[in-house]
Design a protein around this ligand. Sequence first.
Ligand SMILES: [Zn+2]
Ligand SMILES: [Zn+2]
Length: 426
Amino acid sequence: MPVSEKIAQAAIEAMKGGYACDSCIGRLAAELLSGFSNAERGKILRAYVAMLLDAGENIDVDKSNFYGVKFRHAKVDAAKPGKCRICKGFFSERVDELAKAVAKKTKDYEFRTFLIGTVVSPELAKAEEELWHNAGVEFVEPIKNEINREVGKRVERLVHKKFDLKMPDIVAVLDLAHDRIVLQTRSVYLYGRYQKLVRGMPQTKWLCRECKGKGCPRCKGKGKMYETSVQENIEPPLLKAAKAKESRMHGSGREDIDVRCLGWRPFIIEMVRPMVRTLDLRKLQSQVNRSRKVKVRGLKLAGKKDVEEVKSARYDKTYRAEVVFEKKLDDKLLRAARKLQGVTLKQRTPQRVAHRRADLVRSRKVKKLQLRKLGSRKLEVKLTGEAGVYVKEFISGDNGRTEPNLATALKNKVKKIQLDVMKICV
Ligand SMILES: [Zn+2]
Ligand SMILES: [Zn+2]
């Protein structure tokens, strides 16, 4: 079939068995020419088919498609058309209504850019599929693209914000199958560094294993495993300012629950579904710092792409531990143990995390090691190690899983370790 016929035939197929609106006809040639809306393309094609009719060609289409067309030669009895048989009147009736609904729904949100997404109803999907089957798909555009664009243009005019395909602040999903609009708001990400000044606190909110947050006897109705967390110390002023209900904490590694972090650990906190995006970070930082358990500094705006970077960064760290041994410390052995500075440890996955991590042997270097007696059984250990060094296991030996180790070097056994992260070498 020559291409001229192909294009006319596509329009004719659209007009078979009922009225088709300009948009639905024009969408079949959406890939041809720019600077036209599909409705304009449809108008042209309708006129072209009308010309063929007027020239005497016998074409099997529903004549209501030519209501109001003035033929010179052909006798066409065009009844007043009903709704478009393909979009069921969507482009004539619903586009404005949906644009207004989006404008209303986003009214209380701060945003600069938006995008429209559409989930078409099963009826629309079926009508489109049938049309493509009969009319061909060479130059078509999916109906949802046209809905997104047409509603988007109107929303732009209503709310004076920009339609943005790349990184919209808000996506309004027109769920035509369920006749509802769902807003998806891009998270606001804040980078900062934190200090954790107390022990016995995890980095992130940790829901109760038993009830998953509902509250049960195990968690005494709190719904979580620990009273609070670094996240819960940081988030309250941020959630309030961003009018968000939930945050996600992305730390650059994490210290154990019983370990303090006196060095400043990089993190990103993500405000999920925020209604406000412009935040006074200096003010928020000082509000967070009213907490006695957690301090933050260097709070600044970040992006989603920074999350992976922060999470995967590997920094050397300096630790300080106070270790209590079972027996008195031997000064000669202590002097010998100082030679462990510079050693590369072979560390099998510690027993305490073996249930959730693969059992393998890691090599990590102890770059600096200082040992100082604080009492007959008490030792201060200052250690700078490569990222990922298991410090407690280096001290205790972890039943021979870390070699070499301090306990073996001192021919002693560890009773207690209190550990602090002193410095994160960013
Ligand atoms: Zn239509
Ligand atoms: Zn519970």
